[in-house]
Design a protein around this ligand. Structure first.
Ligand SMILES: *Cc1c(COP(=O)(O)O)cnc(C)c1O
Length: 452
């Protein structure tokens, strides 16, 4: 740090001096505590800049303006709507599944007082998942169901309730990390059980499981590989065979299915996803799956299975820490109703759009944008760690502009923010995840970003 910077640091006004100088400044319309905090932050920024030898606001007027800008920026809610032009339907960073209007409305309707734990017929205390359970049973064919905070919580609860103090047998090919540090071996340990690995990375046969069973074994665990795909010389043991072994040896079979498809989604020529119904029909004791992946609902984790197993989990003390709040429960119930009644679940509808609809949307956006914008084929994805290698043929609009990264950042900075990607030197707006009603907004956002 040079002498000049040192002198400037000492010359920075103190907060109380800035407050005096700021009398009458627009800043003072904000609550006093917030003004003081913003002035402190503006001063701290100025000190950091001076120490680094950079230019920054140091004069009182500039510091007051900077504090005012900080206050205004901090005023809006930090969580807000964005336009998803990435082509990734279940984008974990963008809130995974967009809720159906009926699900959002159900959450709104439960926002005030609601019968969360109140049995309306009896006029006494009821169960908070009473609305979800019959739907889960009807949709999956299971004897019982339960809902918790997310699929990670569902797996933790299942292992804590069904395997604690004993051994859990898992294939070496399924000791996966799902993302965000959710690793199967860690969850087993956290559930108070001991992991017994069987088979090899690429092949695990029924006999491998059978030979690993000891008097301490409680659970056979099957994990969906979700976010990666093994090809070539591979073999996994079918659920049905594992269920047979579990029955024979008096063990429980737990299935971490993850994505939670209720319909046999077939994307990119792959075999259809294993559904929750398949898992139940194969004879698992409990299957865990996410509410906000292929189910298309709010963040939640569902458990379905035999009544004997689910009832143990329903009484487990951990359930209290993992339970859902009223807004999520309302949205989840509404989403399950849509599945039951054949209604539109937005995430699934996006994955199954007709090519002509995608083409028309891309053409419309490109026409609004002019000559530097061109419709082009793209590849979208289900996302959320589901179907990692199954691209969804889509259409996008490519913007051939100078400084594509700058334009992408300007789009993110707009209102509403538009989240795009840059590939091969162009900005790409994928129409798979953009609604027809969002096209004019995206066009206006692009015009503003190009002018910025
Ligand atoms: C995604 C996934 C999870 C975690 O689900 P969350 O709902 O995000 O907690 C767990 N297991 C598998 C197999 C998954 O695919």
């Amino acid at each position: 740090m040079n002498e000049l910077a040192g002198a400037s640091l000492r010359a920075l006004p103190q907060v109380h001096r800035l407050l005096e100088l700021g009398q009458g400044h627009e800043l003072t319309a904000h609550p006093h505590n917030a003004v003081v905090a913003a002035l402190r932050q503006a001063l701290e920024e100025a000190r950091t800049a001076l120490r680094r030898g950079e230019a920054g606001p140091v004069l009182p007027g500039a510091l007051l303006d900077r504090a005012h800008a900080l206050l205004r920026a901090g005023q809006g809610p930090s969580l807000g709507r964005v336009v998803n032009a990435t082509g990734i339907v279940l984008h974990t960073n963008l809130g995974r599944a967009p809720l159906a209007p009926a699900a959002a409305a159900a959450a709104m309707a439960a926002a005030g007082y609601c019968n969360l734990e109140f049995d309306m017929a009896a006029g006494e205390r009821g169960s908070r998942t009473a609305g979800i359970e019959p739907l889960l049973r009807a949709l999956t064919g299971a004897e019982a169901g339960l809902a918790v905070n997310n699929c990670a919580a569902a797996v933790l609860l299942a292992l804590s309730g069904l395997a604690a103090g004993g051994e859990v047998v898992v294939s070496r090919g399924e000791l996966v990390e799902i993302g965000g540090g959710f690793r199967i071996p860690d969850v087993i340990q956290q559930g108070g059980a001991r992991l017994v690995e069987v088979g090899t990375t690429n092949k695990t046969r029924l006999d491998d499981y059978a030979r690993a069973v000891t008097p301490a074994t409680r659970v056979l665990l099957k994990v969906h590989q979700s976010n990666f795909r093994m090809t070539g010389f591979t073999e996994e043991t079918p659920l049905r065979e594992l269920a047979g072994l579990a029955r024979e040896r008096g063990l429980l079979l737990v299935h971490d299915l993850g994505s939670g498809a209720l319909t046999g989604l077939r994307l990119g020529g792959r075999p259809p996803e294993v559904t929750v119904q398949d898992s139940i029909a194969a004879g698992v004791d409990a299957v865990a799956f996410s509410g906000d992946k292929l189910l298309g609902g709010p963040q939640s984790g569902l458990l379905a299975g035999r009544a004997a197993a689910i009832d143990i989990l329903r009484r487990h003390p951990l359930l209290r820490a993992l339970r859902l709040d009223k807004l999520t429960l309302a949205a989840l119930e509404a989403t399950l109703r849509l599945h039951r009644d054949g209604g539109t679940v937005p995430a699934l509808a996006m994955m199954n759009q007709a090519p002509a609809a995608l083409q028309a949307r891309a053409d419309r956006l490109a026409a609004l944008l002019g000559p530097h914008a061109r419709p082009e084929p793209t590849t979208g994805f289900a996302g959320g760690g589901t179907l990692p290698d199954a691209g969804i043929p889509s259409m996008g609009v490519g913007l051939r502009v100078d400084g594509p990264e700058r334009v992408k950042a300007a789009l993110r900075d707009g209102s509403p923010p538009v989240i795009a990607r840059v590939a091969d030197g162009r900005v790409l707006l994928d129409m798979l995840t953009v609604g027809d009603d969002e096209v004019p907004e995206v066009a206006a956002a692009v015009q503003r970003a190009l002018a910025a």
